[in-house]
Design a protein around this ligand. Structure first.
Ligand code: HEC
Length: 405
């Protein structure tokens, strides 16, 4: 099977530390089918993508920070199917430990494995995509989030299905057990299977009405070609009021949480924007405008420029040159950002504003102020630098990311 080969291949390749600074140009090609079936999934092509630890803000949780201190990249394998009315993505990733959150009562100290697929609501201009971490003001994203949470059905208020029937007592239950399971399936609280429309973290709105259709699921497979994997699937309609998928290329991003490492919210692995299209030629054009070539850039010069202009506010490469509350940590910015996003961040900081820490708790380190309804970044624009200097800095920022799994 593909996956096994790829797991072996990736392990070998990652030890070679390939020159992958600019190699985020995967294009996912959905297979067009009449209906979504297992056979169709078998035929669909598999694409390999890399996810990076999101390091934008530092979590205020010692134990979680300790567990996540040396995170490397994660590899996910993606397939896509498209019918006349729906699109479906299957995401597979390795996770040695299955972590399921039990019940709602334990949410404070019990964490779940999970994944999300994010779509840009407006995606025609690949140089103006939303902030990768859950969108940004005026550039909303639609996010489908699925976490491995034990289904609970609460006719007795006890939260866990398993405590409510004695499954071994088949004599007493037998047929009624089947009925009970059906009832559970219909009534269970699948509380972490959600669709959101989001304009930046902490401004997410759950889509609760029937204005769209989506379906999410997760399945754990042990000893699947000698590794343990999660297989997640998200299906949505091609068109609804939040997002219209046409024949044009569009971008998605993937996030993965590892409950074992107490990951939640922004503590996760995140991909960059990835182009999806059934038309290779158009997809390549789209991809190139999102991630323009930096082959002529001088990375060393970029490093010097970043040191001079940016290091007083931003931490990167594990160096604690700045106060951590000042600005986003850029240690993995090259992994989950496109070149056009980096260019825009430097030239026009207020185009996309990262919300930052809780503004009430860290009043001296606000990342933006409000001008009427608009968020204005506290980062100055560097548009006075030459195009070449900007390009050199972007090329250097693209190298900022951890390697290997
Ligand atoms: C005065 C402090 C300051 C300086 C100097 C500064 N920045 Fe920023 N930067 C910020 C703040 C605050 C934010 C978050 C708000 C925003 O998104 O604009 C930010 C955001 C960013 C982002 C988006 C980060 C993300 O996670 O998406 C990038 C990229 C960036 N800066 C790069 C740079 C570069 C490159 C330089 C130097 C040329 C620089 N910054 C100089 C304060 C600063």
């Amino acid at each position: 099977m593909n996956l096994l080969n790829k797991i072996i291949k990736t392990t070998m390749v990652s030890s070679l530390v390939t020159l992958s600074a600019f190699a985020s140009n995967v294009i996912i090609e959905p297979l067009k089918v009449e209906t979504i079936t297992l056979e169709a999934w078998d035929k669909a092509k598999e694409f390999e993508i890399t996810l990076y630890p999101q390091t934008t803000v530092k979590f205020n949780d010692k134990k979680a920070n300790e567990l996540n201190k040396d995170l490397k990249t994660k590899t996910a394998y993606i397939k896509a199917l498209q019918t006349n009315s729906e699109i479906s993505f299957k995401v597979v990733w390795e996770d040695k430990t299955k972590t399921i959150q039990k019940g709602v009562a334990n949410r404070q100290n019990s964490f779940a494995d999970g994944f999300a697929i994010q779509f840009a609501s407006n995606y025609e201009d690949a140089t103006k995509l939303p902030y990768i971490g859950m969108g940004s003001k005026n550039r909303p994203v639609v996010v489908y989030l699925q976490k491995a949470v034990e289904q609970h059905f609460e006719p007795n208020g006890k939260e866990e299905i398993s405590t409510q029937v004695n499954r071994n007592n088949t004599y007493a239950f037998n047929d009624s057990l089947k009925q009970f399971d059906k009832k559970v399936e219909a009534l269970a609280i699948k509380d972490y299977q959600r669709a959101f429309i989001s304009e930046g973290f902490r401004s997410m709105t759950q889509i609760k009405d029937n204005s769209t259709f989506f379906n999410a699921k997760m399945q754990y497979k042990e000893n699947f070609f000698s590794s343990n994997i999660w297989e997640g699937e998200i299906t949505r309609v091609l068109k609804d009021e939040y997002l219209k998928i046409s024949s044009k290329p569009f971008p998605i991003a993937i996030a993965i949480w590892d409950g074992e490492k107490m990951q939640r919210d922004g503590l996760k692995h995140l991909s960059s924007w990835i182009t999806v299209s059934t038309n290779q030629q158009e997809a390549t054009k789209y991809q190139q405008s999102m991630d323009s070539s930096l082959l002529n850039a001088n990375i060393k010069n970029g490093e010097n420029l970043v040191k001079t202009n940016c290091a007083s506010c931003h931490n990167y490469k594990d160096e604690n040159n700045a106060n951590k509350y000042m600005a986003p940590n850029l240690s993995n910015i090259g992994g989950y950002s496109t070149t056009s996003y980096l260019q825009e961040s430097i030239l026009e900081p207020s185009a996309v504003v990262v919300p930052g820490y809780n503004r009430n708790a860290h009043k001296n380190y606000e990342w933006y102020y409000l001008d009427g309804k608009n968020r204005v970044s506290t980062m100055p624009s560097f548009s006075y630098l030459s195009n070449k200097e900007i390009e050199d800095m972007v090329a250097y920022l693209k190298t900022l990311k951890v390697q290997g799994e």
